[in-house]
Write a protein of this length. Structure first.
Length: 144
């Protein structure tokens, strides 16, 4: 089989995989296969085609992915839980990771909470900052 045709088939397969996922997972390899097909059309050796495929794919991945992700995710709406990160919460039940206890209230809603620093405890009434969410628990730290 002509290697240019092979690389074009790889290009088409990568695009067909990308269309339903829209996860920016295979589009970079489609670009690499396009350049590899051009190298194959010049009848250059297979090792060079593979090298071009790998290098172009990686360059596209590392240089353009952050820009593309930022562009495609600009209209993404954060879920209720995601919007809590960065907000302040009030401790309503002591947070102690060793005992596996702790609750906070945010916007009138009670959440289980754990400290980001496993050695740190937060007494009732403390104001903490929500740093992350793990499952149904808020991960909190000292208010900045």
């Amino acid at each position: 089989m002509n290697m240019a045709v092979f690389w074009l088939v790889v290009l088409i397969v990568c695009i067909l995989i990308e269309i339903p996922t829209l996860g920016l997972t295979t589009i970079w390899f489609a670009g690499g296969s396009l350049f590899a097909a051009l190298v194959a059309l010049l009848h250059l050796p297979l090792w060079l085609q593979i090298a071009v495929f790998i290098v172009v794919s990686l360059v596209l991945l590392f240089l353009t992915r952050p820009i593309a992700v930022k562009y495609f995710n600009k209209d993404r709406i954060r879920t209720n839980a995601e919007s809590l990160v960065g907000q302040q919460a009030i401790v309503i039940s002591e947070i102690d990771n060793t005992q596996g206890i702790g609750q906070v209230t945010v916007g009138g809603i009670e959440w289980s909470a754990r400290s980001v620093d496993h050695k740190m405890k937060f007494p009732v009434g403390s104001v903490v900052e929500i740093l992350a969410i793990q499952g149904v628990k808020l991960i909190v730290g000292e208010k900045q």
